[in-house]
Design a protein around this ligand. Structure first.
Ligand SMILES: CNc1ncnc2c1ncn2[C@@H]1O[C@H](COP(=O)(O)O)[C@@H](O)[C@H]1O
Ligand SMILES: [Zn+2]
Length: 370
């Protein structure tokens, strides 16, 4: 084996599983600027006001949510939603992401005839219109008898992976009412055969109340929809405890846990979606060196590296693996094992997990030959 050296190229080569990525946080800057130009032409916004906001590199957590309000204004209609969903899948595939759970908050906008359902249908249409890589989107579950949607590969574009599995999580925004959150959960259940696989709770962690969304999350449990919660992105002891007690299938972030909550988390084995750059860039964690990733990693706690918002933070999943390697001295074998471990935490069925295992077995063989 050659001298161990983890570089970006190797991290791109590594097959990866992305379990925490928000659709509207994954938009290319170039697309946001194009969408801004269209709205400028319609006199809805002033392009020059928006341009410097879009291109700003570092944002505090509060500034991120102001930015999301702007993004939601720019990517408002069904056409824009289709486009950003298509491009997001292409961009993840280009990083050799072989399985993507993309999450998004279904939005309603009466003035353009958008319902939560039509929003999700636009996302699905975008995913199905990807042409640069084969997309396995509709679950291949025998009971549904639905064909796997595959699209021929176009030669002119070279994605790292030849096939990407994509599933959708519907997000509840913490600003929503109980009724609105319930509507999202019912929609997710109705769209189970259309590629929707679970529920996420996200949004500005300083806004909203756990007990407002709890009835909807309980309903999701009843409907056997897997759940992931943004947990402890800001200090909120009561809420963190309530979330851990709720026992979701996964949690995201887990930054501001105190000793007793760490104990509860570690004994619960709830997998944690780790978002290194998101936490550092939003200043929730002071530096990569200070990140709780290494504590969980050393404790062999289930975890998966994720991007959160690759567009918003100008990052990629390959880069997150590279940062983990550089910051914590992880070897190629350790990174490969960590990437492969994520199979256990995906919400997709056994058949998909088996297929992912095969891909990692193959890359493991190649790794030993490197
Ligand atoms: C930075 N940390 C974060 N913490 C909490 N929620 C976040 C987030 N990043 C993104 N979102 C959630 O995802 C939405 C954008 O994607 P969608 O419109 O759903 O596709 C944001 O409005 C917020 O609700
Ligand atoms: Zn998130």
């Amino acid at each position: 084996m050659e001298e161990e050296r983890v570089d970006m190229e190797w991290c791109r080569w590594l097959p990866k599983i992305e379990l925490h990525a928000h659709l509207n946080g994954s938009i290319r800057d170039s697309t946001l600027l194009e969408l801004a130009k269209i709205l400028d032409d319609k006199n809805v916004i002033v392009f020059s006001d928006v341009e410097h906001v879009v291109l700003k590199a570092d944002r505090s957590l509060r500034e991120c949510f102001t930015m999301f309000d702007l993004i939601h204004l720019l990517a408002t209609d069904h056409k824009a939603i289709r486009r950003i969903a298509k491009e997001a899948v292409e961009d993840f595939a280009a990083e050799n992401v072989i399985y993507l759970e993309l999450r998004t908050t279904p939005k309603k906008n009466d003035s353009i005839g958008m319902t939560k359902r039509s929003y999700v249908e636009a996302v699905i249409a975008g995913i199905e219109s990807v042409e640069t890589v084969k997309v396995e989107f509709i679950p291949s579950d025998e009971n549904t008898k639905k064909p796997i949607k595959t699209i021929p590969i176009i030669d002119s574009y070279e994605p790292k992976t030849k096939k990407i599995y994509v599933r959708l999580l519907l997000s509840i925004d913490r600003r929503e009412t109980t009724a609105a959150a319930l509507e999202t959960v019912e929609l997710a259940s109705e769209m189970k055969d259309s590629g929707v696989i679970g529920i996420d709770l996200s949004g500005n962690p300083r806004i909203g109340d756990w007990f407002t969304v709890l009835p909807a999350l309980n309903r999701a449990k009843e409907l056997e929809l897997p759940i992931t919660l943004h947990c402890g992105e800001v200090p909120n002891k009561k809420e963190i405890q309530a979330m851990l007690e709720f026992c979701p299938q996964r949690i995201g972030h887990a930054v501001f846990l105190e000793d007793d909550e760490w104990k509860t988390l570690k004994s619960s084995y709830i997998p944690v979606e780790i978002c290194l750059s998101s936490n550092v860039k939003t200043r929730c964690v002071p530096s990569y060196d200070d990140h709780h990733f290494i504590d969980l990693y050393n404790a062999k706690h289930p975890l998966v590296l994720c991007t959160d918002d690759p567009g918003m933070f100008s990052i990629s999943l390959s880069r997150e693996y590279y940062i983990a390697a550089k910051t914590f001295g992880l070897t190629k074998a350790q990174l490969h094992e960590m990437a492969m471990e994520a199979i256990t935490y995906v919400f997709a069925d056994h058949k998909v997990k088996k297929a992912l295992e095969e891909i990692f077995k193959d890359s493991e063989r190649k790794l030993t030959q490197q």
